[in-house]
Write a new protein. Structure first.
Length: 219
């Protein structure tokens, strides 16, 4: 880490304030149910969100957006339905892996699963083949309403460009930066992550538009 302590805390809070004023609430994660959030978190790996929406629409049209219905569907059919999300055979396997875990460990109940301690559950999710840290944390934050900060490539891009982190910082150290320097508040973490994604997609691109960046002058 290149900076720490009170300086980082102040800047992270100011950055959030600037982004919120610039972009407003993001209403993320867009889903009707917690299970849909989980499906989306798995499908969004290595693809754009509009592709995920198409895949979820296919599942919804077939009545397959519940744990039990997804458990019963044939994996080949599942792969065909989620084809718009890309890597559909791999993602069908990951969805099935999660469902098998949910039924084996929690009898298919998301309510029971989310009563588990956040970090115990995180370790359990990471033991499911195909679920990485970003996916597990997205499930915990957006579906489980747990105060866990999600880190992605957009977050790393923004913070490294502004010398808040070193370019080779890993996932855990970046996550710790937010958890140690912000109030432990689930709504704040969810909104902050969504706002960082918004900033990266519209302003802090690979070719950044620094002249119109809401973060200009504070980082």
């Amino acid at each position: 880490m290149k900076k720490s302590g009170r300086d980082v805390r102040k800047k992270l809070l100011l950055l959030y304030d600037r982004l919120y004023k610039a972009f407003g609430p993001q209403h993320w994660w867009p889903a009707k149910t917690d299970f849909e959030v989980i499906v989306g978190a798995i499908l969004t790996q290595n693809t754009a969100w509009p592709n995920v929406e198409k895949a979820i629409g296919n599942l919804a049209g077939e009545g397959l957006l519940t744990p039990r219905s997804l458990k019963s569907v044939n994996r080949k059919r599942l792969a065909r339905l989620i084809r718009p999300s890309g890597y559909y055979n791999i993602k069908a396997a990951r969805l099935k892996n999660f469902i098998n875990f949910l039924f084996k460990r929690y009898n298919g109940s998301l309510k029971k699963m989310f009563l588990q301690d956040a970090y115990v559950l995180r370790d359990e999710l990471l033991s499911v083949k195909g679920l990485g840290k970003e996916t597990a944390d997205s499930i915990l934050l957006y579906a489980g309403k747990k105060p866990v900060f999600v880190i992605d490539s957009y977050t790393k891009r923004i913070l490294s460009r502004h010398d808040i982190i070193a370019g080779d910082s890993d996932y855990d150290s970046m996550q710790r930066l937010f958890i140690d320097n912000l109030p432990l508040n689930r709504q704040l973490f969810a909104e902050y992550h969504a706002l960082l994604v918004k900033l990266a997609k519209e302003v802090c691109k690979k070719k950044p538009k620094c002249g119109i960046c809401p973060a200009s002058g504070i980082l």
